[in-house]
Structure formats: C-alpha cells, structure tokens
Design a protein around this ligand. Structure first.
Ligand code: DQA
Length: 144
C-alpha cells in the first residue's frame, strides 16, 4: 500500500511554530513515527508553501498512490482549487484531512474547511499524533 502525506503552507516550521497550538514535533518527527508504526506501508511525505504545487501533487496521485493524508494548513479555509483536485481523484484515491489543532476552538475563519467535503473523513486536535490516527483510519478504509 502506498500513501501520500501532503502538508501545506508553514508546516515546514513545525517544532518552533506556536508550539502551544501545534506541539513541539517537527514534520520529520511525525514522518518517522508514522513509518515506525506502519513499516509495511510505503509512505511518501511532502510539504510545500505553494498552493499550485499542492494541487498538482493531488492531481498526480491517480494510479500511483492508494490514498492521501492531507493537512492543507491555511489552504483548508481558502482553496476551492484544492477541493476540486481532491474531488477529481476521490473515486480512486481517497483522502483523510488532518489538522494538528482543533480549528473549531480557534478564530471563526478557521471553522470552515473548503477541502473536507472532498475527503472521506477528518481528524483534528491531537497535534502530531493525529497523523498516525489518520493513517490508521485510511488503512482501515482501504482494507474494507
Ligand atoms: C492547521 C490549521 C490551519 O487553520 C492553519 O492555517 C495551519 C495549521 C492545523 O494543522 O492545525 O496552518 O491546518
């Protein structure tokens, strides 16, 4: 099984970025934990600050990846293009949306996700641990 884990703008700063909200783990720490817990799964981990690149990566998954775990970061609340890309591949490459923070307890602008309706589910509020939960949920979905 091959899973693509995508991370949007500013998630490269994890570890030092508002640790009281996002935790102290870096993306590399999170990637290592996921791979340690699921050694049998081929996990490809990427981060970009570019909306265009993220959209392109989602669109290229067809026939290559079995599923996507995506933290679109701020693009969650703004990107119809990313929603469209996730919708375009949803028939063959299901996605799980993940957020480190519980966006519903934060500013109102973060309460709405444009991208979540194109995903099979959403996990939020458990900081880095949420990525492992998302992987577990996605594997469960793909195996059933
Ligand atoms: C985030 C939540 C977003 O609102 C924010 O813009 C981020 C991170 C999260 O993981 O909690 O950059 O996606």
């Amino acid at each position: 099984m091959k899973i693509l884990v995508l991370n949007g703008p500013n998630l490269n700063l994890l570890g030092t970025r508002e640790p009281e909200i996002y935790g102290t783990e870096t993306l590399a720490d999170i990637e290592m934990k996921m791979q340690t817990i699921y050694p049998e799964i081929e996990i490809e981990f990427r981060q970009t600050n570019s909306e265009a690149e993220l959209i392109t990566w989602v669109g290229e998954t067809r026939g290559i990846f079995d599923g996507i775990i995506i933290n679109p970061a701020a693009l969650t609340h703004t990107s119809l293009g990313l929603y469209d890309a996730l919708k375009a591949v949803a028939d063959i490459t299901p996605a799980v949306e993940i957020h480190l923070s519980n966006t519903h307890t934060r500013e109102e602008i973060r309460h709405k996700s444009l991208t979540a309706p194109a995903c099979i589910g959403q996990i939020m509020g458990f900081q880095g641990f949420g990525y492992t939960l998302a992987l577990r949920a996605l594997v469960h979905n793909l195996s059933s």
